[in-house]
Design a binder for this molecule. Structure first.
Ligand code: HEM
Length: 443
């Protein structure tokens, strides 16, 4: 039987829509999916193409079942790595495997329980800064909250506010520079010659120096904080060795990068959705008040916030922060009779998979109850906000605990309202919110 080819979208059509694609490529992708089916090949240059797919089974095959034949694209392994080094997110092959095995235990639920106090304190401190009874853009609040949470989980209270500000500034500057490089690839030579790239790698060198000082101070102090840094310092490879200092710094920079923007995006979208769904706020409020009466343990509190968890899950279904996951195949492959030639650049749109009409009832509707215990969605290939397979987000539980606590405390303390009906998005490396203007009133 002859093998099928993936339908092609011409370079001409790409050029025709180029200016709109630059602003927001998602409507263009959606139109092509509707026209050509769940996968199409977009020609983005005379001899360059990308396969876009919203086929959940193909995503499962690539990310999980035949993952050995696939690697990440150079966007993460080269472009991002030049700023943040070779940590879990940007590493490949045996090096990645060794690091994942070493670091995984630090993210087990039992270990995370030890971080909950720090996470909770960081959340309360940042939520306290919300200005009430006036319209504010909530994104910067959650952006700081997510950064503080990662920093405090790593370093407890041993890091000063000036250092935190600098680390946050550098992490964000490097990410912005990467967005610029990816969106304007034709200016690559200019970014290099004009010194912009160098300026940013110098900045990350500065972050490395700050981090090395923090690590040195911890080692010299002899104090155990039971935080993520202690976990990483205690971790040993199979041969009994510890991580080299440069590798440790790479991993810390990666945790800042991977654990910061994704979480702040999700929390912002959650606040926007809740502002439009007052009855959901009422259910959360009741749940939070009851849970606070019944327990003082943060882990038990999180477990009692079942509805809040569903709100977080439904938020990430509608607005997955990691809205695309990319892979390139090492060898020729085939999926259900369709050829995937070696070196194909595959981009899985979880934004589309999460709203696919074949898998979801009323996909555009905000309905947290679809994630009830009896619903099988959580364990299907149709829902994967944290990715799938061996490279699934290592911070999955960390992020869920953080977001459940943040949403519970936000709704427990404030009533959220909004004027605009539209939720605007900014699809960059992650799916970011835009103009998230809301009003908060003290309860
Ligand atoms: C809402 C929050 C988050 C979302 C949606 C998210 C999503 C993802 C996704 C989709 C991947 C897989 C990427 C791929 O396969 O190409 C990933 C990987 C990763 N995430 Fe997250 N993430 C979140 C929060 C966090 C947090 C809080 C941390 C750490 C504190 C973290 C650390 C990482 C790391 C280190 C990787 C690389 C894992 C590996 O390749 O072994 N993430 N994340």
């Amino acid at each position: 039987m002859s093998k099928k080819e993936i339908p092609q979208v011409s370079f001409f059509r790409f050029l025709k829509h180029a200016s709109n694609i630059l602003k927001n490529p998602l409507p263009f992708h959606h139109k092509n999916f509707e026209k050509y089916g769940d996968s199409f090949r977009l020609n983005i240059g005379p001899a360059k193409s990308v396969i876009f797919s919203r086929n959940a089974y193909l995503a499962e095959y690539v990310l999980q079942k035949n993952q050995k034949n696939y690697s990440k694209s150079p966007i993460q392994t080269k472009d991002l790595a030049k700023y943040v080094g070779r940590g879990l997110l940007t590493a490949e092959g045996e090096h990645w495997k060794k690091q994942r095995k070493l670091i995984q235990p630090a993210f087990h639920k039992k270990q995370l329980a030890l971080l909950l106090e720090s996470i909770h304190t960081a959340i309360l401190t940042e939520l306290n800064k919300i200005e009430t009874d006036t319209e504010i853009d909530i994104f910067p609040v959650f952006n700081d909250l997510a950064f503080q949470t990662v920093v405090k989980s790593l370093f407890s209270s041993a890091v000063g506010s000036k250092e935190i500000q600098r680390l946050q500034y550098i992490t964000e500057a490097a990410q912005k520079m990467l967005v610029k490089e990816l969106r304007q690839p034709y200016k690559g030579w200019w970014f290099k010659l004009g010194g912009e790239i160098k300026k940013h790698t110098n900045l990350t060198d500065e972050a490395r120096i700050i981090l090395k000082e923090l690590v040195k101070a911890r080692k010299a102090s002899g104090i155990r904080e039971n935080d993520l840094l202690d976990m990483l310092l205690d971790a040993r490879y199979e041969d009994g060795n510890e991580m080299e200092e440069e590798q440790l710094i790479d991993e810390i920079l990666i945790l800042f990068t991977a654990g910061h923007e994704t979480t702040s995006n999700a929390l912002t979208f959650a606040a926007q959705l809740l502002a439009r769904n007052q009855e959901s706020q009422d259910i959360i409020l009741e749940e939070v008040q009851k849970a606070k009466k019944e327990t003082h343990s943060l882990m038990e509190f999180i477990q009692a916030c079942g509805y809040t968890k569903k709100v977080v899950e439904e938020t990430m279904r509608l607005y997955p922060p990691a809205y695309f996951i990319d892979r390139i195949n090492k060898e020729d492959d085939e999926f259900e009779g369709t050829k995937i030639p070696k070196g194909s650049n595959l981009l899985f749109s979880f934004h589309e998979i999460h709203k696919h009409k074949a898998h979801w009832v009323e996909p555009e509707k905000f309905d947290p109850e679809r994630f009830s215990e009896t619903d099988p969605y959580l364990h299907t290939p149709f829902y994967a906000p944290f990715g799938a397979g061996p490279r699934k987000c290592i911070g999955n539980n960390f992020a869920m605990f953080e977001m459940i606590l943040a949403v519970a405390e936000m709704v427990g303390n404030y009533k959220i309202e909004e004027k605009s009906t539209l939720i605007e998005i900014l699809p960059l490396i992650t799916l970011k919110p835009k103009n998230a203007v809301l009003t908060f009133q003290n309860r």
